[in-house]
Design a protein around this ligand. Structure first.
Ligand code: MRU
Length: 342
């Protein structure tokens, strides 16, 4: 099974073309972005989302913007572009990882060679992410028994990456290996990445999927309806504490209560060894509108206050294993993650 979902690419003029994820599952519409600011806005507004996909978008946006900078003012202009990109979303460390990669390449070259090198690096970030996801899938598929009922949260598939996916990539790989897998996708309020995006990908690609309200997960798990849970990550601290979509901590806690293994799948680019624990991970607050409304329609009284933290942190002790492209890490994560990142 190969994924045929095109999440992001560059056109012949180097512009960045993205599938507009805000309009899924109703419409498959692509937007074409012509400046760094437009790409940063698209990340902030969730035209594209998912930690690895955000990293790819940032790399492509910086390569695009570099060609628009005056040669005489390149260095200062490139720093401004990197800062614009870095201000788009705070939690997914892949954004900052990609910016640092592009800065490193810009520092190595001059003139036209620098522009070409930045284009090549952006293409490499994309290609590497695809290969990484496939390797992660192979490493993680062994954790998924034949016949497994697998709970997942948010969207971690082709839409959240260059293609194939992280946690959903592990599920894809298990299906490719001939295992029967039933996916249970939390709808993932407030932005509905589960019901809008994960369900769309699975239906499109023939993976058995059932959506459920986030609040139904506890009941389903308590009745023995789930064999394992697997989710992605936006940032993993050195001790294994993992920031992922809001509601992930709830799923992990429920799994621990009922003896269901809870796994994380993420590329090593999502591991941030500079942070000792999850308490240091910046958590994006997206403001009240996504909670008080759905698809622009109000679902709450006008003027009501609403909280909208976009991510939460699952303590490492609740995580049975972290699947990466380089292997599967288990507790104590301080040691196993450092060894994988060496
Ligand atoms: O706010 P989003 O949709 O960007 O959040 C995405 C997630 O939390 C994903 O689970 C995470 O980035 C892993 S995606 C492969």
């Amino acid at each position: 099974m190969t994924t045929n979902i095109r999440t992001i690419e560059r056109d012949a003029e180097g512009r960045v073309v993205m599938l507009d994820q805000r309009r899924l599952p109703f419409e498959e519409v692509y937007v074409t972005l012509s400046t760094v600011q437009e790409v940063a806005d698209a990340i902030r507004d969730m035209v594209i989302r998912g930690a690895p996909a955000i990293g790819v978008a940032a790399a492509m946006g910086l390569a695009l913007g570099a060609r628009q900078l005056p040669a005489a003012d390149f260095d200062a202009g490139f720093v401004v572009h990197c800062n614009i990109m870095a201000a788009s979303r705070p939690t997914a460390v892949n954004l900052f990882w990609a910016i640092e990669r592009m800065k490193g390449i810009a520092a190595l070259h001059k003139g036209d060679a620098r522009l070409d090198a930045l284009d090549r690096e952006a293409a490499l970030v994309y290609e590497e992410d695809l290969a990484t996801n496939r390797a992660m899938g192979r490493n993680g598929a062994v954790l998924v028994p034949d016949g497994a009922r697998v709970l997942t949260h948010c969207n971690t598939g082709s839409l959240a990456t260059a293609g194939y996916g992280t946690a959903l990539g592990v599920i894809r790989a298990a299906v490719e290996a001939g295992k029967r897998v039933a996916v249970f996708a939390d709808e993932t309020r407030p932005y509905l990445q589960g019901s809008r995006l994960t369900a769309w990908e699975c239906v499109k690609e023939g993976i058995d999927v059932t959506i459920l309200a986030d609040s139904a997960a506890g009941h389903v798990i308590s009745r023995g309806g789930i064999d394992l849970a697997i989710v992605g990550a936006d940032r993993i601290a050195a001790n294994g504490d993992t920031a992922n979509k809001i509601g992930t901590y709830t799923v992990a806690t429920l799994c621990a209560r009922h003896g269901v293994p809870f796994y994380v799948a993420a590329p090593t680019s999502t591991i941030d060894l500079s942070l000792a624990s999850g308490a240091e991970i910046p958590i994006e607050d997206r403001g009240p509108d996504e909670v008080t409304g759905v698809f622009g329609k109000p679902i709450a009284p006008v003027g009501v206050k609403a909280l909208n933290p976009a991510f939460d942190v699952t303590p490492a002790e609740l995580i049975a294993a972290i699947v990466t492209e380089r292997g599967v890490a288990r507790a104590p994560y301080g040691e196993s993650l450092a060894a994988l990142c060496r």
